[in-house]
Design a protein around this ligand. Structure first.
Ligand SMILES: Cc1ccn(O)c(=O)c1
Ligand SMILES: [Zn+2]
Length: 267
């Protein structure tokens, strides 16, 4: 059974609201970050955003049909501070990319796209008893967005993930992912970021996310990005031409910020 939504002309973002009405809401993500609209907020400086991830918290990588996703044990993880009033636990992380390097990120900055965007998805385990419950609450999830730009060298930490992609080429395939991951290398050195209230960027597009998008990108090599693009959105049993079903892009274009506040921490 193929997904009833995706990123092709006939099931892409412009069609999602037909089956997922939340996608037409006023608190949707991603957005274009208009830097002239960002307001500084001392409370963000007073409570520095802080995270802690044990290097062995990943346990599985899966092809969801719309990308790869690494599932994590959240028990010993923690994200707090910044725009967050409670401690959030890491649930999973994944990535969005495009067919060419001049597109691919979901958030854009003054109209500029990056080649890809990494999302670390956390849930409010202080207030809610499960990820599923949290995903139905306005402060349920906290997602860290990290822009990725093309660099000459491979990203060594990303390579640990990329080396598993050939095992999950088709939708539904998964593999054990018990690598030791230095999350510090998947996050930028600078803790400067923008933050706003938004949603999941895939159906059902629940408006449950406190977004933190870092200003500084990390790098990924062209070769590594090509491996992402080799994933397929269809199962092994779906008889299609070899070039069909390739997941060359899986990003949602920006939605209007509307009257939401866009705050920033750091220049
Ligand atoms: C929970 C969730 C689902 C999809 N995406 O893209 C996200 O960033 C977060
Ligand atoms: Zn995402």
């Amino acid at each position: 059974m193929s997904l009833d939504w995706g990123y092709t002309d006939d099931n892409g973002p412009s069609t999602w609201a037909e089956k997922y009405p939340l996608a037409a809401g006023a608190r949707q993500s991603p957005v274009d970050i208009d830097t002239s609209k960002a307001t500084s907020d001392n409370s963000l400086v007073d409570r520095e955003i802080d995270w802690s991830y044990p290097s062995n918290c990943s346990y599985r990588i899966v092809n969801t049909g719309y990308g790869w996703r690494v599932d994590t044990y959240g028990d010993d993880t923690a994200l707090s501070g910044g725009p967050l009033s409670e401690v959030y636990k890491l649930e999973q992380f994944h990535c969005h990319w495009g067919a060419t390097n001049d597109e691919g990120s979901e958030h854009t900055v003054d109209g500029k796209s990056y080649a890809a965007e990494l999302h670390l998805v956390h849930w409010n385990s202080e207030k809610y008893s499960s990820f599923k419950e949290a995903a139905s609450q306005p402060d349920g999830l906290a997602v860290l967005g990290v822009f990725m730009e093309i660099g000459n060298a491979d990203n060594a930490e990303l390579e640990k993930i990329i080396s598993l992609i050939p095992k999950i080429i088709h939708k539904g395939q998964d593999s054990q992912a018990s690598f030791d991951l230095d999350f510090g290398s998947l996050l930028p050195e600078s803790k400067h970021y923008w933050t706003y209230l938004g949603s999941l960027t895939t159906p059902p597009c629940n408006e449950c996310v406190i977004w933190t998008v870092f200003k500084e990108p990390i790098t990924i090599s062209e070769r590594q990005l090509e491996v992402f693009r080799s994933l397929k959105s269809v199962g092994e049993e779906d008889a299609i031409e070899p070039e069909e079903g390739k997941l060359v892009k899986n990003y949602r274009p920006p939605l209007p910020l509307g009257n939401r506040v866009l705050r920033e921490c750091g220049p």
